[in-house]
Design a protein around this ligand. Structure first.
Ligand SMILES: Nc1ncnc2c1ncn2[C@@H]1O[C@H](COP(=O)(O)OP(=O)(O)O)[C@@H](O)[C@H]1O
Ligand SMILES: [Fe+2]
Length: 192
């Protein structure tokens, strides 16, 4: 699917602000894909549709999680998490995207997961550092992403985990699994 058609489809599902965020994630994903040897078309498509279900009705998403046998523990965690796995399901069903790597990247773009592919990492980091983001710590991740996608990913996950801990919120375990997996894999390299 070409960029124009994909953007036209997703624009109808998003607020203007979230659409602008999506453009930022798309442009950042392409830069990171070029830098880290990922298929640019896949990175572009995953970025364009990553928040496809962001504003979907929560009851509908709950039913999809139940009916599609997605991990049921999602239902006991913050519903902010739901748009990623449900989005992957709906992008396949409603938009007709069948590329498994693109769908997987959308599915794990919020929590991360163990054994993330480079495409998964590109989308997760691009979602975190796109130019419209201005939360504390984002600059450090942007700098890291210049030289190491893995270090940038670990820092983004650390920031997200501490953000949630500070607010006494539960942390969906996949992010812990992803953080542990990545930290062990880059052991011995400087982690700022
Ligand atoms: N492991 C987790 N447990 C609970 N909430 C999480 C977890 N990981 C991310 N979140 C929250 O999910 C929300 C949406 O994250 P994300 O989809 O990555 O960004 P956005 O929707 O803002 O583009 C954020 O508020 C983040 O704090
Ligand atoms: Fe998102």
């Amino acid at each position: 699917m070409n960029r124009e058609k994909a953007l036209r489809i997703v624009r109808e599902k998003l607020t203007e602000r979230r659409y602008i965020h999506t453009i930022g994630v798309m442009e950042t994903s392409i830069v990171l894909a070029k830098k880290y040897g990922v298929d640019e078309n896949k990175a572009e498509l995953a970025a364009i549709f990553h928040d496809y279900a962001k504003f979907r009705d929560k009851e509908e998403m709950r039913n999809i999680i139940l009916d599609q046998n997605m991990p049921q523990d999602l239902l006991t965690h913050h519903d902010e998490l739901w748009h990623a796995p449900v989005g992957a399901y709906l992008v396949e069903k409603e938009v007709g995207i069948t590329d498994k790597e693109v769908l997987e990247a959308i599915k794990c773009h919020t929590s991360g997961k163990i054994n993330m592919t480079t495409l998964d990492k590109v989308l997760y980091v691009a979602d975190y550092i796109e130019p419209g983001r201005d939360f504390p710590g984002v600059e450090e991740v942007r700098e890291s992403a210049e030289s190491s996608l893995d270090i940038a990913l670990i820092q983004a996950m650390k920031n997200t985990i501490s953000y949630l801990l500070k607010r006494n919120q539960p942390v969906y375990p996949d992010t812990f699994h992803a953080y542990n997996d990545m930290t062990m894999k880059v052991k011995g390299r400087k982690l700022s």
